[in-house]
Design a protein. Structure first.
Length: 229
């Protein structure tokens, strides 16, 4: 049995995968969609532990594909590093990723870091940006997204990842959205992942779920073929 563990990005929740999950089920896959939570004091390590806990519920014989969207890319790589015997493939979807010690703020352009710190002000949470920042421009879809999004703990963007190197032995695919807003293709290449392009906005799982589901299944198939060699 193959299980896709789908990890959402900043300001979002497990609901971000609602349109993708049925498509994976239709292909005979199982899914887990852990919610990272929005506790103001949470950091990246807390979120990685949440994903590790989800991985620990998967059957010992299951083939696991661990998927992280955006900020979730950093989270899944730390979680995979902690459970390299469980995760068979890591997939980044427009995901931030880097070496040990990387954080979102260390990878992001200075202008973005400055803007996010300014948005947080003297607080410990960053308010959600407008839906257009995620490429959601349809009025109805934007209104729905604006209601669902929640503030993001500032610490999740400043806390550096802790990687022992085990994640480097796990096959990976970096799916990046075109046109690119940030260099997600380069992030994927830098950590040794195969890179694939999808035409769509940053929140491609909301706007093009069929396309994304197909690419996730392709990543699983690619990994399985490599294992057979």
């Amino acid at each position: 049995m193959t299980t896709f563990v789908l990890v959402h990005g900043a300001w979002h929740g497990s609901w971000a995968w609602d349109s993708v999950v049925p498509l994976l089920y239709a292909a005979g896959m199982q899914t887990l969609t852990p919610d990272l939570g929005i506790d103001a004091g949470s950091g990246l390590h807390d979120h990685a532990r949440t994903v590790v806990a989800a991985l620990d519920t998967v059957g010992a014989q299951d083939d696991v594909v661990l998927v992280g969207h955006s900020y979730g890319g950093l989270v899944v790589r730390e979680a995979a590093d902690a459970r390299p015997d469980v995760v068979g493939h890591v997939v980044l979807v427009d995901g931030w990723a880097g070496a040990d010690g990387s954080s979102l703020f260390s990878l992001a352009p200075e202008a973005l870091v400055t803007a996010l710190r300014a948005a947080a002000g003297d607080g410990d949470q960053i308010p959600a940006p407008p839906p257009a920042a995620f490429g959601i421009v349809d009025p109805d879809a934007a209104a729905d997204l604006a209601i669902r999004m929640t503030p993001q703990p500032l610490r999740t963007f400043t806390e550096p990842t802790r990687l022992r190197g085990a994640v480097d032995g796990i096959a990976g695919t970096a799916i990046y959205c075109r046109p690119q807003v940030y260099p997600f293709e380069r992030f994927g290449e830098a950590v040794g992942y195969r890179t694939l392009a999808v035409d769509g906005p940053h929140n491609v799982m909301l706007t093009h779920p069929q396309d994304l589901a197909g690419m996730l299944l392709d990543a699983h198939s690619f990994s399985a073929k490599k294992c057979d060699v």
